[in-house]
Design a binder for this molecule. Structure first.
Ligand code: PEP
Ligand code: MN
Length: 337
């Protein structure tokens, strides 16, 4: 159940309202949005008389029952969330591009890619330092050293950095990473979700390989209900019977996520396709269906990449894609930033 509060209600009144419900055994989530402030009630609300509360409590404008299991990320609670990270903004009618290599492989590599993608207009630099690889013999990432190289690239280009955390023991290492990525394989690592829920920084939550849309929303609910409302959802392809692509990009998930949740939603055409030639067409589709942005893998020399070279654009291909996206963003009425 969610109560939408009247505008300009004093904080003491809100605290009093919340304490009243908590004393009755409910948990609450306070959501302060640009349009309104809402108090979400978690617990068995079957016996709560919604009409009575609205009529007898002077701070409540109206109330609604939320039948879905996800409450804090539900669009009923607020219109839309805008997430800001080191100058990059996700949501609110923008189309924001994160670009960079699958993994940080060395100082020169990450600096060259960072300069290139910055020059083409990317808003954030990605780069895996800790890599979740299927084979234990495959390159596992440069780890803490990789994070240091990302920091160097940020210092030179001004681009905020995005990198994947693999478990909660790494939290301290990610202290000054601008956006902490929770990867597909960890989407239901609930201890990790709780840990990033305690952070005061944006989290990029990728959909699991075989997770439903509702499961993704429930994972986001873990983070937001733990106190961190800065979550960006990312569709990255799901495993289907198809074998000619690495995964199947679920475009309807992007649309549905935006309808069901107030969180910004981006998509990753690189891991969805696994094939370089599909990345640009899918990126354009992602823009056309109303996503808030995309994350794309770009390498200075894809043929030599230590990870995911086959799906990586080179710097020139990325530059071409950005020109194309910018023209199309204008037509879609999106601000490309
Ligand atoms: C990645 O973005 O580098 C990555 C490993 O993606 P995913 O978790 O979607 O497989
Ligand atoms: Mn990758």
């Amino acid at each position: 159940m969610v109560f939408i509060l009247n505008p300009d209600v004093k904080q003491e009144k809100i605290d009093e309202f919340i304490c009243g419900w908590e004393a009755k055994g409910f948990s609450t989530i306070l959501s302060v949005g640009t349009e309104h402030t809402a108090v979400c009630l978690i617990g068995n609300t079957a016996q709560v008389d919604l009409e009575h509360i609205v009529h007898t409590t002077d701070i409540v404008a109206y109330g609604k029952r939320i039948t879905e299991q996800y409450k804090a990320v539900n669009r009923t609670v607020r219109e839309s969330t805008v997430v800001e990270a080191g100058g990059a903004v996700f949501g609110g009618g923008r189309f924001t591009v994160i670009a960079g290599p699958c993994s940080v492989e060395g100082r020169e590599q990450i600096l060259e890619v960072a300069r290139g993608v910055k020059g083409s207009g990317a808003s954030a630099l990605r780069g895996g330092a800790f890599k979740p690889r299927t084979a234990p013999y495959a390159f596992q990432g440069m780890q803490a050293e990789g994070l240091s190289m990302l920091r160097l690239a940020r210092a030179e280009t001004g681009l905020p950095i995005v990198s994947e955390i693999m478990n909660q023991t790494q939290i301290e290492l990610f202290e000054d990473v601008d956006i902490v990525q929770v990867g597909a394989r960890n989407m239901q690592n609930f201890d990790l979700l709780k840990a990033v829920g305690a952070l005061k920084k944006p989290v990029l939550l990728k959909r699991g390989l075989a997770s439903t849309i509702e499961e993704l929303l429930m994972s986001a609910e873990y983070i937001v209900s733990a106190g961190n409302g800065q979550v960006i959802l990312c569709e990255r392809g799901i495993r289907t019977f198809e074998t000619m692509t690495r995964n199947t990009l679920d475009l309807s998930a992007v649309v549905l996520l935006k309808q069901k949740s107030h969180l910004p939603v981006i998509a990753d055409p690189s891991h969805a396709a696994g094939i370089r030639s599909l990345v640009a067409p899918l990126a354009k589709a992602i823009l056309a269906i109303g996503a808030d942005g995309l994350m794309v893998e770009v390498h200075n020399d894809p043929a030599k990449a230590l990870c995911d070279g086959a799906q990586s654009l080179d710097l020139q291909q990325f530059a071409g894609l950005m020109v194309d996206l910018r023209a199309r963003a204008g037509i879609e009425g999106k601000l490309m930033c």
